[in-house]
Design a protein around this ligand. Structure first.
Ligand code: PRX
Length: 656
């Protein structure tokens, strides 16, 4: 752990928040739980006897084809839930609703950036997903094979995910904003046989050329046998003979019926990559029953889904938030999900609010970074539109600063909508700490209380409880159904990263503290992971990309607070001896990094320095760089520094 300092800095920033907001009485009237005492009882039973609790939840909320023999097994840090049972996620998200009144209810309402809309009912979703699943079968895919999905946010992305789940194909969705190199690395790591992509997608009025990126990636992915291309923008793309096929040409001939095959509870559902402290992104593997149960139950209790709701989670399906709370948890509950393809402020700053009014959205789930950028745009946009349909608001992805919380509460929620600040991770699969709307009093900036079955602990590095308000490492004491089972292909890394950092508990990588009411306050990462606009990036990942630039000798990347995006990226760079600094060099390096990883990783600032501060054992002291990037000076402990003259050089650079 290299940045213990930042733990204290961020604790300080939340400690002064004393406001408390009590549950809205109108909302509470129709809420699934009567009061906080009911929650407390259920919570206690979920902790005391997790097997009985989750078994009951599974019976109430999920359709199994065959009942399980064993509820839970834990061996070599590998969890198994509902062993012996069989089920199908796609069946739970679609078929089970067809025998109810939901048959002709909208499952997806989609709006493209140019403004067109599409509505897909559960019955239509069944047909589309079946045809897509049959197409995958025609292309030779079978249960256990892997398929990559690299798409804009269009209904076909969701259809493809559900089609994979229907026949047991493991999907790995790669966010459309990632570069061709990132796509290539993910396909290589998970050995995908098939890539599903689109000609492009619309963003900020222009088209993003996804097929070109996919072509670039596929130059080095021998496992890919076919590329299925959805026509979205209609632009001309290269179609490689024998490999590339058009989605619409293939799918027309397929039957609109496809059996959802019974799969074992622990059958892999998807692999999703996320950044870690060291090395390349890790592929977290989620499996069928536990993941479906966790996303279904959290959606039911925390989003309070009713048949009249129109729910909008603004995340892309390329992130875990999109997997769990655009697709699986919502459709499993038979909800109507709204999806929007493009940029939040296109063509005008009020696009979000206009869509909420037009579609009568009732539940909105978004990220603090989006809220902060809307605050900057002023209140005119939201005030111009009728937002009275909204009844519940949520946030996710990073700590929300109280100022943003209050704005969300007043300007968007009109002081009547509960706000659920939901803490969780790619690894946890579903929400872990969050208010229960309607019964939990909220405090701006706190994720409040744990969900059922989640036993958090705030510990010191040696595993002892961190007492008082000073905070410590947020850990989870016991396994839960929706946790990732492993890092694909590297179980040792899984054990080391999550279960051995502090022996025997799940290590989240976040710092937190608990107040007198038992509320949790998340303070952000305590490792070398930075959170830019709610997206995780490993500093090492950016550094490894940067040092491939021909002019760079060494690079150290740190995060510094950013008023809109949570954190910004600062790269300290030493150049090779022979390289002369020229005007375009910083720009060139910046382009190089974004080419390697994607736009998300674009540095806010690149600083050239003659040397980087290192310990005697050669480790870069990022802590000092972080301090310099944040405060402009270095006051922290420098006793372990190998060469003190480096400090002077760094400071000189800062004054330039
Ligand atoms: O640091 C925490 C932050 O996001 C990290 C997880 O990132 P990722 O796996 O990409 O998943 C994001 C969406 C679930 C966490 O380790 N984080 C997420 N939600 C919150 C948060 N930090 C504070 N408050 C939250 N509500």
């Amino acid at each position: 752990m290299s940045n213990k300092g930042s733990l204290e800095v961020s604790i300080d920033s939340v400690l002064h928040e004393n406001r408390k907001f009590h549950p809205n009485k109108e909302f509470a009237k129709n809420y699934i739980l009567k009061d906080l005492n009911v929650y407390k009882k259920l919570y206690q039973s979920s902790i005391k006897n997790p097997k009985a609790f989750w078994e009951k939840m599974a019976i109430q909320n999920i359709v199994f084809f065959k009942k399980w023999r064993t509820v839970f097994k834990w061996k070599d840090y590998k969890a198994e839930w509902f062993t012996g049972g069989t089920l199908n996620v796609s069946f739970n998200c679609i078929d089970r609703h067809l025998i109810t009144e939901r048959k002709n209810k909208a499952a997806l309402i989609w709006e493209g950036e140019p403004g067109e809309t599409r509505t897909i009912t559960y019955q239509q979703l069944y047909s589309e997903v079946s045809r897509c699943a049959n197409m995958l079968k025609s292309l030779g895919l079978k249960a256990g094979d892997k398929a990559a999905i690299y798409m804009p946010l269009i209904p076909e992305a969701v259809i493809a995910m559900l089609a994979c789940a229907r026949i047991g194909v493991v999907h790995t969705v790669v966010f459309g904003g990632f570069s061709s190199n990132s796509l290539r690395d993910r396909i290589q790591d998970s050995n995908c046989k098939l890539l599903i992509t689109a000609d492009g997608g619309f963003r900020k009025g222009t088209s993003v050329k996804m097929k070109d990126m996919a072509d670039e990636a596929c130059k080095e992915t021998p496992t890919i046998k076919n590329v299925v291309v959805v026509k979205r923008t209609g632009e001309k793309v290269n179609m490689k003979l024998g490999r590339d096929v058009w989605w619409h040409e293939l799918i027309v001939n397929e039957s609109n019926q496809c059996e959802a095959i019974p799969l074992p509870s622990e059958h892999p559902l998807f692999i999703l990559y996320t950044s870690g402290t060291t090395g390349k992104p890790k592929g977290l593997l989620h499996t069928t029953a536990g993941y479906l149960l966790g996303t279904t139950v959290t959606t039911k209790y925390l989003f309070d889904i009713k048949d009249t709701d129109i729910y909008w989670c603004t995340a892309d399906v390329g992130w875990i938030t999109g997997h769990s709370y655009v697709v699986y948890g919502l459709l499993s509950n038979g909800a109507t999900v709204f999806m929007y393809e493009g940029a939040p402020t296109y063509p005008e700053a009020d696009r979000f609010w206009k869509m909420i009014a037009a579609h009568r959205i009732t539940i909105l789930y978004t990220a603090p970074t989006a809220i902060r950028s809307f605050i900057r745009l002023g209140n005119e946009g939201p005030l111009k539109h009728d937002l009275s349909s909204l009844r519940l608001l949520g946030t996710v992805g990073e700590p929300i600063n109280p100022e943003a919380w209050i704005w969300y509460h007043e300007v968007i929620g009109k002081k009547k909508c509960p706000i659920i600040d939901t803490w969780w991770q790619t690894e946890t699969g579903a929400i872990m700490i969050s208010p229960f709307p309607g019964i939990t009093s909220t405090k701006p900036g706190s994720a409040t209380l744990p969900f059922f079955g989640v036993e958090p602990a705030i510990l010191n590095k040696d595993g002892t409880p961190a007492k008082g308000t000073k905070g410590g490492y947020l850990c989870i004491k016991k396994p839960w159904p929706h946790m990732a089972r492993t890092i694909y292909g590297d179980h040792e890394r899984f054990k080391k990263t999550y279960w051995k950092e502090i022996d025997g508990v799940y290590f989240t990588g976040d710092g937190a503290h608990q107040d007198r009411d038992g509320y949790y306050w998340i303070m952000g990462r305590v490792d070398d992971v930075i959170n830019v606009s709610g997206h995780r990036l490993g500093t090492m990942e950016i550094e490894s990309a940067a040092v491939q630039h021909p002019s760079i000798a060494e690079c150290a990347v740190v995060g510094r607070p950013d008023p809109i995006r949570g954190q910004g990226i600062v790269a300290f760079v030493t150049l090779k001896k022979s390289v002369a600094v020229n005007e375009g060099l910083k720009d060139d390096i910046s382009k190089f990094i974004t080419h390697e990883i994607g736009n998300l990783a674009r540095p806010d600032e690149i600083r050239f320095t003659e040397a980087l501060p290192k310990t005697r054992s050669g480790k870069i002291m990022r802590r000092l760089l972080r301090e310099l990037a944040t405060t402009g000076t270095i006051k922290g402990d420098t006793t372990t520094l190998e060469d003190f003259s480096v400090l002077e050089k760094l400071r000189e650079k800062d004054e330039e």
